[in-house]
Design a protein. Structure first.
Length: 177
């Protein structure tokens, strides 16, 4: 069977079942090993899409972990945004961080990694976020995303293109700046 036939068969199956073939591929092929983590992270980010800081508090789900996920969800949209919208989305991520502190939630390394990801191609701002993390005496752990982010941020200071490394590491795919 040629590729056109395969596509038609997949489209017919989709029409009957209402289940996207791409979703089946993700569940089938990405449902093991590191793919499970990537799929879970993608689902968590998608679930946060319509959320806000106020909604988290109102629903009783306000926790450092959930707020970090919200920041990461907002940050994942920065790469796709353009111009003024990009600045607005980035400002929203930073605003959530400020509200987090204002309401007494503890920031941790994940908070700052999420903010650095949100900075996307704003090298100077990413550096300021990193320095703010260090100012709060939050040190990278020997293992984990912050240790990698520290190395990347230090290299990033000399080469803006390297911010794509933490984005790729965190499951956002290859990003071109």
């Amino acid at each position: 069977t040629n590729i056109i036939g395969q596509l038609r068969a997949a489209a017919a199956k989709y029409a009957v079942t209402g289940i996207s073939p791409e979703m089946l591929l993700r569940e089938g092929y990405c449902g093991t090993g590191a793919g499970i983590e990537h799929t879970k992270r993608t689902q968590d980010l998608a679930a946060c899409k319509g959320s806000s800081f106020a909604k988290l508090l109102e629903s009783g789900e306000g926790s450092t972990e959930n707020i970090n996920l919200l920041i990461r969800s907002i940050g994942s949209r920065v790469a796709a945004a353009r111009g003024r919208k990009k600045a607005k989305v980035l400002a929203k991520a930073l605003e959530v961080h400020d509200k987090m502190i204002e309401h007494g939630f503890e920031t941790n390394e994940d908070t700052y990694v999420s903010l650095m990801i949100a900075c996307h191609d704003e090298a100077e701002l990413a550096r300021k976020v990193y320095l703010k993390m260090r100012e709060h005496l939050i040190a990278p752990t020997p293992k984990g995303p912050v240790a990698d982010s520290e190395k990347n941020v230090l290299r990033f200071l000399s080469n803006e293109r390297l911010l794509a490394s933490p984005l790729n590491y965190c499951g956002f795919g290859e990003v071109r700046i």
